[in-house]
Design a binder for this molecule. Structure first.
Ligand code: UT7
Length: 331
C-alpha cells in the first residue's frame, strides 16, 4: 500500500476587530511604545470584546471561513482538534463547542494544550489520524482569548499577548507533500517560570486567589526568553541537519511570535535572510495557539506547491519543537 501523507489543503484565520495599541497600553501601565517596540517588537494586538464571548467564538469564525473556502460541508468533517490554553470552560472541550456551533455532527473532537507549541503539537497529532487512512477530513484549529488571562496591571506581561484564531484542513495524499517530520520536546520543570497559579485542581478559585490576582499569567520573562531562544533555534537547526536542508532549500520559517528578538535569533542560527521569515508580531502580538495558522493564512497567496517550510515554536510547559512541512497547493 502506498504511504499516506497528511497535507494542509486549506487555511483560514480570524482576529477580532478591536485594536489595542501601545499608546492605549501606556495609559494603563507604566510603559511606552518605544520600550515595547525595542524589547518585543509589537505595535498593536487584537482584543475580543463583548460579554459572553470566548475562545470558541474566535475558533468558530476561523473554522467557518475554512469550511467555506475549501468547499467542505460540516457533516464531512471526521475530526476536529482545538488547541488552546484559554478554553471557554474547564470542561467540556472548546473543540466540542466549536463543532456544535458549526453543525459538525459526524466528527469527534477534543482539545490539546501544549502552551504556545499547541498548534505544532496539534499538527503532529492531527497528521497521525490522517496518515492512519481512517480519517479523511481533519480540522485543526488554534484559538486563544489571551486577554482573558492577561493582567492589564502587569507591564511585564500585558504588552505581549493578543487574541486570535486560525484553522487548517488536513487531508490525505499519496504525493510527497504535507507533514514530513516533527521533533517535539517537553521539559515540565520549566513550569515554574510560566504558569497560572490558581483555577486548577491544586488551587481552585477562591476569594483569596482572585484578590491575589492568581488567575492571570505568571511569567519570569528572562528565564523564558533564554530557554525560548535556545529551544527554538536548536530544534530548527537540528531539523535542517536531519533532512540535509540548507537555508537555500527552505522557502519559509514559520516561527512562534512571542518576541522579535527570539524570532531573529532563530533565523540567524538557521542562516535565513529576513525575507524568508513570516512575521506578524507587530500587529497581532503573541496569540499563542492562533499564531502559526494566522501566519500561514496571511502568507497563503505567496506559498507555492512544494515549498519547504520549517514551523518552530516555544511555550509554556516548557514545550518546544519543529515541523518540516512541504506545502501542498498553489492558491
Ligand atoms: O510565548 C510564551 C513564551 N513567552 C516568551 O517567549 C516571552 C519571553 N520573554 C520576553 O520576551 C522578555 O523577557 C520580556 C518582553 C517579557 C521582557 O523583556 P526583557 O528585555 O527580558 O526585560 P526584563 O524583564 O529584563 O526587564 C528589564 C526592565 C525592568 O526594569 P528594571 O528592573 O531594569 O528597572 C523591567 O521592570 O524593563 C522593565 N520593564 C518594562 N519597562 C517598560 C518590563 N516590562 C516593561 C514594559 N515597559 N512593558
Amino acid at each position: 500500500m502506498e504511504k499516506i501523507n497528511a497535507a494542509i489543503s486549506g487555511v483560514a484565520g480570524y482576529v477580532p476587530e478591536y485594536i489595542l495599541t501601545n499608546d492605549e497600553l501606556s495609559k494603563m501601565v507604566d510603559t511606552s511604545d518605544e520600550w515595547i517596540m525595542t524589547r518585543i517588537g509589537i505595535k498593536e494586538r487584537r482584543i475580543l470584546k463583548g460579554e459572553g464571548l470566548g475562545t470558541s467564538d474566535l475558533g468558530t469564525q476561523a473554522v467557518k471561513k475554512l469550511l467555506e473556502k475549501t468547499g467542505t460541508k460540516p457533516e464531512e468533517v471526521d475530526l476536529l482538534i482545538c488547541t488552546t490554553v484559554t478554553p471557554d470552560m474547564q470542561f467540556p472541550a472548546t473543540a466540542n463547542i466549536i463543532s456544535d456551533k458549526l453543525g459538525i455532527k459526524n466528527a469527534f473532537s477534543f482539545d490539546l494544550n501544549a502552551g504556545c507549541s499547541g498548534f505544532l503539537f496539534g499538527l503532529s497529532t492531527a497528521s497521525k489520524f490522517v496518515q492512519s487512512g481512517k480519517y479523511k477530513k481533519v480540522v485543526l484549529v488554534g484559538a486563544d482569548k489571551m486577554s482573558s488571562i492577561v493582567d492589564y496591571t502587569d507591564r511585564s506581561v500585558c504588552p505581549i499577548f493578543g487574541d486570535g484564531a486560525g484553522a487548517v484542513l488536513l487531508e490525505p495524499t499519496t504525493e510527497d507533500y504535507g507533514v514530513i517530520d516533527e521533533m517535539l520536546h517537553v521539559d515540565g520543570a520549566g513550569r515554574k517560570h510560566l504558569h497560572q497559579k490558581a483555577g486548577g485542581s491544586i488551587k481552585p478559585a477562591s476569594h483569596e486567589s482572585v484578590d491575589a490576582r492568581e488567575h492571570f499569567i505568571y511569567q519570569e520573562g528572562q528565564a523564558v526568553f533564554k530557554a525560548a531562544v535556545k529551544g527554538m533555534a536548536d530544534v530548527s537547526v537540528e531539523m535542517m541537519k536531519k533532512h540535509n536542508l540548507t537555508s537555500d532549500d527552505i522557502a519559509w520559517l514559520v516561527p512562534h511570535q512571542a518576541n522579535m528578538r527570539i524570532i531573529a535569533a532563530t533565523a540567524k542560527r538557521m542562516e535565513l535572510p529576513p525575507e524568508k521569515v513570516m512575521i506578524n508580531i507587530q500587529k497581532f502580538g503573541n496569540t499563542t495557539d492562533g499564531t502559526l495558522p494566522l501566519l500561514l493564512w496571511e502568507w497563503e497567496d505567496k506559498l507555492k506547491k512544494g515549498d519547504k517550510l520549517i514551523l518552530s515554536t516555544f511555550g509554556a510547559g516548557f514545550t518546544w519543537g519543529a515541523i518540516y512541512l512541504k506545502w501542498a497547493y498553489n492558491s
